[in-house]
Design a protein around this ligand. Structure first.
Ligand SMILES: Cc1ncc(C[n+]2csc(CCOP(=O)(O)OP(=O)(O)O)c2C)c(N)n1
Length: 806
């Protein structure tokens, strides 16, 4: 029998005792993981946790996978992977429960500090100061995200890193990230999630790029309630991907099929396949079939609603734990009694760990509740209203499993009741409540951006330096010079995207760079924006400084989901355990045509909080921003002006040294009558309008905000408004987009309303996409005449005599 053959080949390499120990150790991990799932569900159903999703039924495949997983390897997985993490020793049962309870204490819940639902795993890649940890000696897990298949794009980059480290001898010293590219990137995905485009895009790209990516599909036949026949053609991912199979030249993807209950075959399959992958870098797909889901999808419902009796019975018969136990006993590896003992010990261990996790979650909370109750009662005593106060304390005391929200609700009720009053106990409560709020606000709101010294806002400012001999070049040539210097300066900078390699991008900013630095530094990719982003994220996680290009800004939408769900919240959802300092380069603004509208900025800034959004008005500013970003450890999007590549600019003498500070607007023209706030290509449109306005006697102060995120960190725009008392926000997004964002930042953030003597205005594009051609552009986007009319109109309202009707 195949099972016995593989069991025999495992045995060949070790004594029976060693073999037995290994098998029983694996069985023990599987049983502990299963008991964790069972107990976890109970905790949710009894109200101690809000939601639970578990890895029951997937235990054996993950144990087999973990045996082939070496230090330096990477996991990019999803919420079913608890056994894998446990088998690597990266997740204890106690930690599992700490996450289930959403314990915000990093010591107890190191994966996300209570910020992620249970089953979302991550290991640390940086220390508190933001220094990289040695990845080569660690088991690495990138931080899970809930959207199905969102783990795929990043896994491609994690795998590509191995290839680039192997190919580029200049990176030999980067040993904390790679041992000559021998690491494998493992990605797991549920069978239903292979319906997502991200799966196919990643699969194809892995084959094209030939990268060591091991894709495991846990096939339990359902996506929540929807069966495979609605998910996958022919109901088999390995069958329909057979065209990807590796040919005699090593092109393609190795495909393996193995039952999720067949422990020895799983072990052997992963061992053999991964060994081959480390040498060849040929990617592989592991279709793990006949997998069960004993408790159904999650705690949100029961699978009896959509699985019929025969399926439910099959799931019992083919439960991988039962199958492994039968195999252990039938193969005389251990007795029934020994298996029972393992089971009993596992149950005890899980119970004790769960209790310990609950205690550590609950005790600090209880102390805080008691502290609050004591302070509130004191208020009651001092005010002589103990009876009224006892209503509030009673609610807090009798709440079922109260949390910090309940503490604040109670204290704030008291503070509202005694509004306007001051006595010692009340003042003490007021201070305590304020500190408590601030403490937990920080616990839940920190680390959206880097909190290390490499935060982009801490990069020293070095102004651009010019001499009388400084050259004047086209914008794209400025970038050429800048990029060449950056490639020389930083051996870990790589750039890629559509048409980026051979021709040096569609506007030639990278022209000639591939000839000078080689294909392992700058290269073309297929048309696949989501995985270009994912590739960048994975590479950035592994120590590269990737510049990933989106050819035109409108096509960022294809990659936006990956940026939003993965990159922008990476530091936040790991509470600073991980970083991926990816630079996304693109070009936009003043594009023409329905799909080249070029400025969907409101969408971008709303969705990309967590990365910086740089909108340089010209290529020198862009170069300065790249310099800043490469000295920091933060991700950013840089949107160059499409119509700026052929405009002449002076080349700073220190093109690779000077920096543009993020969040610092620049006053480009001083003026007295109206403050005009804008960015990017609109700067030039504004300047054109200002000529007309000057002619009509209106003096405009023009401010380029330079970066939308962060926005005017020193609140400087208000100083201009204090002088002019009038403000206009201009951009070419739709109405209510980034112009409204700038408006909100200046009005709410800087109190601009106090200084106005005219209605503030926004000037934007029309709400439809930009029509094609010069007239389409003129009638779709803001133009100089329109800006003139709005600003002149403001002056006319103020003084019709000085500024008569047009
Ligand atoms: C983009 C997205 N769509 C929908 C969901 C809701 N959802 C969560 S899990 C799931 C089913 C996934 O099934 P499968 O990939 O087979 O994995 P399994 O849970 O069975 O292991 C769905 C639809 C989601 N998380 N993300």
């Amino acid at each position: 029998m195949a099972d016995n053959m593989t069991a025999n080949s495992m045995k060949e390499k070790m004594s029976f005792e060693e073999f037995k120990n290994e098998v029983l150790n694996d069985y023990e991990i599987a049983v502990i993981s299963r008991e964790t799932s069972l107990m976890g569900r109970k905790e949710v159903l009894t109200g101690k946790a809000k939601f639970g999703i578990f890895g029951d039924g997937k235990e054996l495949a993950q144990i087999a996978l973990a045996k082939a997983f070496n230090p330096g390897d990477w996991r990019s997985g999803y919420y079913r992977d608890q056994t894998w993490m446990m088998a690597l020793g990266e997740l204890s049962v106690e930690q599992f429960f700490a996450q289930l309870y959403a314990n915000p204490d990093k010591e107890q819940e190191p994966m996300s500090s209570g910020r992620q639902m249970n089953g979302h795993f991550a290991t640390a890649t940086q220390d508190k100061e933001g220094n990289w940890l040695d990845q080569s000696s660690r088991y690495n897990s990138s931080a899970d995200a809930s959207p199905t298949a969102s783990q795929m794009p990043r896994s491609l980059g994690l795998a590509l890193a191995s290839k680039l480290y192997r190919l580029n001898p200049e990176l030999e010293d980067y040993t904390i990230f790679s041992n000559r590219g021998s690491e494998v990137s493992f990605v797991s995905i549920g069978d239903a999630s292979t319906s997502e485009g991200l799966f196919w895009e990643t699969l194809n790209a892995a084959g094209v790029q030939r990268v060591p990516l091991a894709i495991s599909v846990w096939d339990d036949g359902y996506g929540i309630s929807v069966p495979q026949k609605y998910q996958t053609t022919k109901e088999s991912i390995s069958e329909i991907t057979s065209g990807f199979k590796t040919d005699e030249n090593g092109n393609g993807i190795d495909i393996y099929v193995c039952e999720g209950w067949n422990y020895p075959k799983l072990v052997e399959t992963y061992q053999r396949a991964i060994e081959r992958m480390r040498k060849t870098h040929i990617p592989a797909l592991f279709h793990i079939i006949e997998v069960t889901q004993p408790q159904g999808h999650s705690t949100s419902g029961s699978h009896e609603r959509y699985k019929d009796a025969s399926r439910l019975q099959w799931e019992k018969d083919f439960d991988c734990l039962k199958k492994m136990r039968d195999w252990i006993i039938e193969s005389s590896i251990a007795t029934e009694d020994e298996c029972n003992q393992i089971h009993e010990a596992a149950k005890k261990h899980v119970l004790e760990s769960k209790n310990a996790a609950w205690k550590k979650f609950n005790e600090p909370l209880k102390l805080e509740i008691n502290e609050a109750l004591e302070l509130i009662n004191k208020v009651g005593e001092e005010s002589g209203e103990a009876d009224i106060i006892s209503l509030i304390t009673g609610q807090l005391q009798t709440a079922i499993d109260p949390v910090r929200r309940d503490i604040l609700k109670a204290t704030k009720k008291v503070l509202v009741h005694y509004r306007g009053q001051s006595f010692p106990a009340l003042n003490e409560l007021r201070d305590w409540s304020k500190d408590f709020q601030a403490k937990y606000q920080n616990i839940y709101s920190s680390h959206l951006y880097s909190e290390s010294d490499m935060n982009a806002l801490k990069v020293p400012v070095v102004p651009a330096a010019y001499t009388t001999d400084s050259k004047t070049l086209n914008g794209f040539e400025i970038l050429n010079v800048a990029f060449e210097k950056l490639f020389n300066k930083y051996p870990n900078v790589v750039a890629f995207g559509e048409d980026v390699g051979k021709i040096g991008d569609v506007n030639q900013g990278f022209s000639g760079i591939q000839e000078k630095f080689g294909e392992e530094r700058i290269f073309d990719t297929g048309i696949r924006e989501a995985t270009i982003m994912g590739q960048g994220i994975g590479l950035a996680l592994r120590g590269f400084r990737p510049i990933a290009e989106i050819q035109y800004l409108d096509y960022l939408i294809y990659g936006l989901q990956t940026l939003v769900d993965d990159l922008t919240c990476l530091q936040y959802r790991t509470k600073g355990n991980q970083k991926a300092p990816l630079i996304v380069r693109t070009r936009g603004h003043r594009l023409e045509g329905v799909w080249h509208t070029g400025s969907p900025m409101g969408m971008i800034i709303s969705s990309l909080r967590g990365m910086y959004v740089c909108v340089p008005r010209n290529m020198v500013q862009a170069a300065g921003m790249y310099n800043t970003l490469l000295q920091s450890d933060e991700p950013a999007l840089v949107i160059e002006c499409l119509n700026g590549y052929r405009l002449k600019e002076r080349l700073p003498e220190n093109i690779d040294e000077f920096t543009v500070a993020l969040g610092i607007p620049e006053v480009l023209h001083a003026g007295d009558d109206v403050t005009l706030v804008t960015y990017g290509s609109c700067v030039r449109v504004a300047e054109e309008a200002m000529e007309l306005l000057k002619h009509a006697g209106v003096s405009v102060e023009l401010i380029d905000v330079q970066t939308l995120i962060p926005f005017d960190i020193h609140k400087s725009i208000i100083e201009s408004i204090k002088k002019t008392n009038r403000v206009v926000f201009l951009d070419e997004d739709v109405s209510g987009g980034a112009s409204a964002y700038m408006f909100q930042q200046v009005f709410e953030g800087q109190g601009a309303y106090r200084w106005l003597d005219a209605e503030p205005r926004t000037i934007t594009a029309k709400d439809h996409r930009a029509a094609y051609g010069s007239d389409g552009d003129y009638f779709s986007k803001p133009n100089a005449e329109q800006i003139f009319e709005v600003i002149y109109g403001m002056m006319h309202e103020l003084s019709p005599a000085d500024y008569p009707q047009l």
